[in-house]
Design a protein around this ligand. Structure first.
Ligand code: MG
Length: 160
């Protein structure tokens, strides 16, 4: 059977942090705040995968109170979410995500981000969609206070 899940995440900008999106360090005056590397794209994708198989969200699986999660690469979170799918005999078919940010420009980094996520998921990079849009200067994203991401994941499970 085919399953689909959705994920959403947002992180605020903070001084003195690296900006990591899709496992790629992107030159920018500020990074995103968070317990892990605050990779909002990876978090939305991981939640989409977990949601598709009816699992609890990444806050449950990777609590921000767990010292083991502090500063961890969020590609590892994506890997572990995909491993939960494998553990029940399924596989991730594709993921598709949107980043919503006024800055920085995402396009120059898309290929590297897709390659990282494809490797973490064991997918062909063509099965990893990443788009980017601004928020037309509206709201907290428009004021460049943070970055949001939304994602869907397609999962195939044997049986009906
Ligand atoms: Mg997050």
């Amino acid at each position: 059977m085919n399953l689909v899940g959705t994920g959403y995440d947002v992180h605020r900008f903070a001084e003195g942090r690296k900006l990591i999106l899709g496992g790629v360090e992107i030159p920018h005056p500020r990074g995103l705040d968070g317990h892990s590397d605050a990779d909002v794209l990876c978090h939305a994708i991981a939640d989409a995968i977990l949601g598709a198989i009816g699992e609890q969200d990444i806050g449950h699986h990777f609590p921000n109170t767990d010292p083991a999660c502090a500063g961890m690469s969020s590609l590892e979170i994506v890997r572990k979410a995909a491993a939960l799918v494998l553990a029940i005999g399924g596989r991730v078919i594709n993921v598709d995500a949107s980043l919503i940010a006024e800055a920085p420009k995402i396009a120059p980094h898309l290929a590297a981000m897709k390659a990282n996520l494809a490797a973490a998921l064991g997918l062909d990079p063509r099965r990893v969609g990443i788009k980017a849009t601004t928020n037309e200067q509206l709201g907290f994203i428009g004021r460049a206070e943070g970055i949001a991401a939304m994602a869907v994941a397609g999962i195939e499970l044997p049986g009906t």
